[in-house]
Design a binder for this molecule. Structure first.
Ligand SMILES: Nc1ncnc2c1ncn2[C@@H]1O[C@H](COP(=O)(O)OP(=O)(O)OP(=O)(O)O)[C@@H](O)[C@H]1O
Ligand SMILES: [Mg+2]
Length: 395
């Protein structure tokens, strides 16, 4: 019998190396982050003369904070080794480890896989860490990624202790350098003493990627991950156009990857714009959620009113009057006072600007000033569900 599973597993793919599309993959070169790598290298140069340093990296989602820190630290470790300096580099995700002891445990596990996960106080763990560094004669560089989660839950004690490690903690003057990463500005979350240990001039902010920058990042992935010539220029341009709305490289790479899968599924020898559009439709639900979270409560209620009206009527368009009546009902359901007509009108304009709806003047035979509202990109029912999911989190 024909083995479907075997067939699929061995069917040829236009993707040469899917690992290169993985979010954990660290490219040798980071297009449009070269200047930031250079700045990091300048900041951390004193490490080579045994002076620890700290830096803070901020920037919104998918701007390359994590990959920048990883690329930098791996290169730093390699270069230091050539100089006979042993550097230990540990990358901790504080969303997963959000207390001082969980972070320290993550650090100690790097040296000793079997280090017990309970029974040691923070102070004891710091002492064990000091002994490990003495034993290895190494300088430690710790990246605390998504550090706002740690600061939020546990405050800045650990950051203070790590930044003051060689001066106040370590008997043998062992050195620890830190890189703190966050989407948000973390300076207001640091207490006075940790603030004094982190130089504001060592703050690197990553801007959202422009359309052309995204183009270059995708081009690099195409060359790394796909067979030569299978992703056409139009498709790369379209991905860059779509992703530029968010400036998010992760979204761009995800689109590329899904477009590749869509092409494979059709046994196409080329990734075409149609595959990109299919990938967009699939990815849309994830992106929609993050875009929805940027709206305020009444913008969300307005959008839900439009979606619900369209869904219930099964039409392509609704008008402002019908949408506003629905808005009042939905406000009532949520114990919210409906805003005045002019405000409602503003909300409509705002959610149009955010790309959710389109407004156009109604044609002949209908009331003069009324506007027709449509929802081009996403099924109305799904949108209603998503908004209901999100509303409780929005104040
Ligand atoms: N300049 C770049 N060149 C090549 N790939 C990049 C670049 N910037 C980001 N990427 C890739 O985009 C994806 C997202 O980057 P990264 O994970 O570093 O974002 P982030 O800023 O840490 O986002 P988040 O705030 O969500 O953690 C990764 O796959 C990364 O390799
Ligand atoms: Mg990250």
């Amino acid at each position: 019998m024909h083995d479907i599973v075997e067939d699929e597993l061995f069917s040829s793919s236009i993707i040469k190396d899917s690992e290169k599309l993985d979010f954990d993959y660290i490219p040798d070169e980071l297009p449009h982050r070269e200047d930031k790598l250079r700045i990091l290298a300048r900041i951390f140069k004193p490490i080579l003369s045994n002076v620890p340093q700290n830096a803070v990296i901020t920037g919104s989602v998918g701007t390359g904070k994590t990959v920048l820190a990883k690329r930098f630290c791996l290169s730093l470790v390699k270069t230091a080794r050539k100089q006979g300096i042993i550097l230990d580099y540990i990358h901790i995700n504080c969303r997963r480890r959000s207390t001082d002891s969980m972070v320290l445990l993550g650090i100690l596990n790097h040296f000793d896989q079997g280090f017990p996960d309970r029974g040691f106080s923070v102070q004891e763990m710091l002492q064990v860490l000091d002994r490990q560094l003495t034993r290895r004669k190494s300088h430690l560089i710790v990246v605390l990624d998504e550090v706002d989660a740690l600061l939020h839950r546990s405050g800045s004690d650990l950051i203070y202790n790590l930044t003051r490690f060689s001066d106040e903690y370590s008997k043998k003057k062992n050195l620890i350098s830190l890189i703190l990463i966050s989407q948000k500005n973390i300076f207001p979350m640091l207490d006075v003493s940790s603030l004094s240990t982190i130089k504001r001039s060592n703050h690197i902010h990553l801007d959202k990627y422009s359309r052309d920058e995204l183009y270059d990042i995708i081009k690099q992935r195409v060359e790394l991950a796909f067979h030569r010539g299978v992703v056409n220029e139009d498709s790369i341009n379209l991905i860059a156009d779509i992703a530029s709305e968010w400036g998010d490289a992760r979204f761009a790479i995800e689109l590329l990857w899904k477009a590749g899968l869509a092409a494979d599924q059709q046994h196409s020898l080329e990734v075409t714009p149609e595959h990109v559009r299919a990938a967009k439709a699939e990815t849309y639900s994830i992106v929609t959620e993050s875009k929805l979270r940027n709206l305020n409560k009444h913008q969300l209620l307005t959008l839900e009113a439009v979606a619900k009206r369209l869904y219930l009527d099964g039409t392509a368009y609704t008008n402002t009057g019908d949408a506003e009546r629905m808005y009042m009902l939905i406000c009532e359901e949520h114990d919210e006072k409906p805003r005045a007509h002019t405000m409602f009108w503003n909300y409509l304009k705002e959610i149009e600007n955010a790309g959710f709806i389109t407004l156009k003047k109604s044609g002949k035979g209908q009331l003069g000033t009324t506007q027709l509202i449509s929802l081009p990109d996403i099924p109305a029912e799904i949108l209603c569900e998503k908004i209901e999911e999100i509303l409780p989190d929005i104040n």
